[in-house]
Design a protein around this ligand. Structure first.
Ligand code: FAD
Ligand code: DLZ
Ligand code: SF4
Length: 510
């Protein structure tokens, strides 16, 4: 009895369940770069280079540990271009008695695997890198009217004993956001993010990406992501030592030209398996226990990982496949060219898209409150927005991207994930960033040709969706304000919005 073990590009963990109990003398590990995965959406060039380089380094590490690894490179002449094709070829070549794989992160790939007409039995193992199993999440969700992240998060804290003082949360509170989220102040010194120099493996992959994917969005160079576990551990250490202490305070802040702020920039590594979520959380807790980072920062970071990250994955598997077609607000608009870097006078969007193109990264508030809020209030179709988010970020996999986009930013699930839409006028961006200072539009103006488009689109969104949102008790005060607004102002808002959205739709440059 010997097995073939398939390891996917986001399963690069030595502790992955598909590697457990491998007999190194008989079993074969299969890894493959396939055209289908690189092009089912046209991923950012940096994302493809990152995944391929990390895969090749991982294969090298496995070989050094004595595993027999069969690795298909993208331009190998026999490469069939799909997982099923590569698995079929490997089965013919190695004649295993069984195929073993850890469940894929995405529904699309799981469906694909289940449809394979394999000549050997396929064993699909649970992905134990996540802290909450599918069954665990289903049990938690069962019978609840609302699936609020905050309550799920508390369960995770208790279950894993993270930041706990016996049965009580460390410091007496579960959440310290009232101390977080300060606007940016002048003179902050932000430590640079982790940076590595491309080695020959990465250089080879970069040449491959340039050759085959030059028409994909994004800058390939400079490339400085970690591509091995050892480098990813250095990136984690750098965050813990240099940025964690300010993570909470400036979590929501945006500064012109500062793409990385005090965020961790670890999602790429956690999502592809180079880092494990629990080890990141424990490293942060350790920093707190040693007095090297304040509780508000550490709790905030822990919540993102064992709270939000696990929660969105739970929602994804609970609600797929229907979740990928939700569109409760019936948004219809196509994605405008400015998301691909077309010139816009809106400085906030221009900055966030520019940084995304350079880095295959934008931090959470840029994704949520600039790129996301605009997509919501401009009424962009969820399919268009989901595809864009899948393409442009190096950490994007559907299990995490879809709930954040359709649930968190677009309210397309009708409030399953967020209790109200994250719609906002320009004043939020003005409070949390210095973008408005360099903008052609005036954030203080509500209507007129030089008024900030977020200002009138915000009200227009509420007016357009009144029938669906009026009953949301968290929007009650806003709708009362709208009811008191004089008719002329409402007409001016609608008129400006129409003109703006028409120009946006025609890609006329707004
Ligand atoms: P930090 O701010 O340092 O946070 C620490 C970690 O917490 C992250 O590395 C990540 O693992 C986790 N995390 C934080 N927020 C979330 C969240 N909302 N959902 C899940 N995990 C979270 N994250 C992805 O990993 N892939 C995506 O494709 C993705 N798409 C997003 C789309 C939208 C519209 C929004 C609003 C958020 C999205 N996020 C996504 C969540 C979040 O923005 C990123 O995880 C984060 O910006 C990554 O940067 P970081 O590692 O510096 O995170
Ligand atoms: C993101 C990605 C890309 C671009 N290419 C590959 C690939 O060629 N081979 C591979 O095994 N994985 C790749 N990945 C990651 C997969 O998309 C990821 O494993 C699935 O989405 C998980 O469901
Ligand atoms: Fe963005 Fe409006 Fe500020 Fe310009 S004025 S940067 S469009 S929020």
């Amino acid at each position: 009895m010997h097995s073939l073990r398939l390891i996917l590009g986001d399963q690069l963990s030595h502790s992955i369940s598909s590697l457990a109990d491998t007999d190194k003398s008989t079993d074969v590990i299969l890894m493959c770069e396939v055209w289908d995965e690189a092009t089912y959406v046209k991923h950012h060039k940096k994302k493809i280079a990152f995944i391929f380089s990390a895969m090749r380094h991982f294969a090298q590490e496995l070989r050094a540990k004595g595993y027999q690894v069969h690795y298909t490179q993208l331009d190998d002449v026999d490469n069939t271009g799909s997982f099923s094709g590569e698995v079929t070829r490997a089965i013919e070549r190695f004649a295993p008695t069984e195929l073993i794989v850890t469940e894929p992160g995405e529904y699309r790939v799981l469906n694909d695997i289940k449809s394979w007409n394999c000549s050997v039995p396929v064993q699909i193992r649970a992905d134990q890198r996540f802290l909450c199993s599918h069954q665990g999440f289903t049990d938690w969700a069962k019978g609840r009217k609302q699936l609020r992240m905050e309550y799920f998060y508390r369960e995770m804290r208790k279950q894993y004993g993270i930041l706990m003082n016996g049965r009580e949360p460390e410091g007496g509170e579960w959440n310290y956001d009232n101390q977080n989220r300060k606007p940016p102040k002048n003179g902050l010194t932000i430590p640079p993010t982790f940076s590595s120099t491309p080695d020959p493996i990465t250089q080879e992959v970069m040449a491959l990406v340039e050759k085959h994917f030059s028409d994909h969005f994004g800058d390939l160079e400079p490339f400085h992501f970690a591509v091995t576990r050892q480098q990813a551990l250095q990136a984690l250490d750098k965050f813990i030592q240099q940025r964690l202490c300010n993570f909470g305070d400036y979590q929501d802040a945006m500064i012109q030209g500062e793409a990385w702020m005090y965020h961790s920039h670890l999602s790429f590594y956690i999502n592809c398996g180079l880092l494990l979520p629990l080890e990141c959380v424990k490293a942060a807790e350790q920093a707190y226990r040693c007095g090297n980072a304040p509780l508000n920062a550490v709790e905030g970071f822990v919540r993102q990982i064992i709270g939000w990250r696990e929660y969105v994955r739970g929602i994804y598997w609970l609600k797929m496949p229907d979740y990928q077609s939700v569109n409760v607000l019936e948004a219809k608009r196509k994605l405008p060219a400015l998301y691909w870097g077309a010139k816009t006078r809106m400085n906030c969007l221009s900055q966030c898209v520019k940084e995304t193109k350079q880095n295959a990264y934008a931090h959470h508030i840029q994704r949520l409150m600039v790129l996301g809020t605009f997509a919501l209030i401009a009424g962009l179709h969820p399919d268009e927005v989901n595809e864009w988010y899948m393409i442009v970020f190096a950490d994007a996999y559907q299990w995490v991207e879809l709930p954040n986009v359709s649930g968190m930013i677009l309210f397309a699930d009708g409030g399953l994930l967020a209790s109200k839409p994250y719609a906002a006028s320009g004043s939020y961006i003005n409070k949390m960033s210095d973008y408005c200072k360099g903008c052609k539009y005036k954030v203080s103006k509500k209507i007129g040709p030089d008024a900030c488009p977020f200002n009138y689109l915000y009200w227009d969104f509420l007016i357009r969706n009144q029938a669906k949102l009026r009953g949301n008790h968290r929007l009650a005060m806003i709708y009362q304000t709208l009811e008191r607004m004089d008719k002329e102002k409402i007409l001016a808002i609608q008129n400006d919005s129409q003109l703006f959205l028409r120009a946006l739709g025609n890609n006329e440059g707004v």
